[in-house]
Design a protein around this ligand. Structure first.
Ligand SMILES: N[C@@H](CCC(=O)N[C@@H](CS)C(=O)NCC(=O)O)C(=O)O
Length: 250
């Protein structure tokens, strides 16, 4: 299928691959029903792709290039008024915010894994991990924040690095603290939950921004397990239709 860098003119890429490898029901959804506006390297997009894969859902990949500022074009602002990715389109119903997307998919689709357990305490702890990453860590490393530091506040490369070291390691340490009481192979026991879909992209970002999280042993062990799981493999930033050729992996 053809692919262009512009989400306005491109033809959809059939990115979704259905796999029956996971337990539970095998629910094949018409790929036209679900579209994900996203960007290969965006960690919030990566979360949504992991969730779609863990739920065994087919979807159409609609690239929005953050490198060329497509998130700020009027046409995309009509899809997502804050100019962020991802945005999910389910039969014309638009949902932004990766956490809302994850919960929506888990509630609406019976396929694949259940990503939030029924037990209220465990659900709350899983949401706690997601929010540490979503609310208290990722916003401080977001492109627009880093651009503001550099262009408006004239922060040097060194100051930006200090900023990321401080906020990313604070966030990942807080996740380490929570999961150390619950982790098995994954953040909560031995099956992936939505917490893992948030943790893996945050570890990817820590590496991308050269932040040392080597003290977070549970986080690193869980991350190593996750990245071998087929859903996480498919969702990886370097395996997407808009991944530049020099970054692509098999
Ligand atoms: N909390 C939102 C954040 C969305 C967001 O801002 N995503 C980043 C990419 S990781 C983005 O689109 N940034 C665009 C920019 O900073 O201009 C979510 O979880 O979906």
């Amino acid at each position: 299928m053809t692919y262009t860098n512009n989400f306005l003119t491109q033809k959809p890429v059939d990115h979704a691959r259905h796999s029956c490898a996971q337990k539970n029901l095998c629910y094949i959804h018409d790929m036209n029903d679900l579209k994900l506006y996203n960007f290969f390297r965006s960690s919030t997009s990566y979360r949504a792709r992991i969730v779609l894969e863990l739920k065994n859902l087919k979807y159409t990949y609609v690239p929005v290039s953050l490198s060329s500022g497509e998130q700020n074009q009027d046409s995309y602002r009509k899809v997502n008024s804050l100019g962020g990715v991802p945005t999910l389109d389910h039969n014309g119903k638009l949902i932004s915010q990766s956490f809302a997307i994850a919960e929506y998919l888990d509630e609406v689709f019976d396929s694949g894994l259940q990503l939030l357990p029924a037990d209220p305490y465990l659900r709350a702890k899983i949401r706690q991990v997601c929010e540490i990453i979503n609310a208290d860590t990722h916003p401080l490393q977001n492109l627009k924040v880093l651009q503001y530091l550099e262009k408006i506040l004239s922060a040097s490369a060194d100051q930006k690095q200090q900023w990321m070291n401080r906020w990313i390691s604070d966030g990942v340490n807080a996740v380490e603290n929570v999961i150390s009481q619950f982790a098995g192979d994954y953040c909560f026991g031995n099956e992936p939950t939505v917490a893992d879909a948030f943790l893996v992209p945050q570890v990817f970002s820590a590496a991308r921004f050269n932040v040392d999280i080597s003290a977070c042993k549970n986080v690193l062990r869980v991350n190593e397990n996750c990245i071998k799981h087929p859903a996480f493999v498919k969702a990886h930033p370097f395996r997407q239709p808009d991944t530049p050729a020099d970054l692509k992996v098999n």
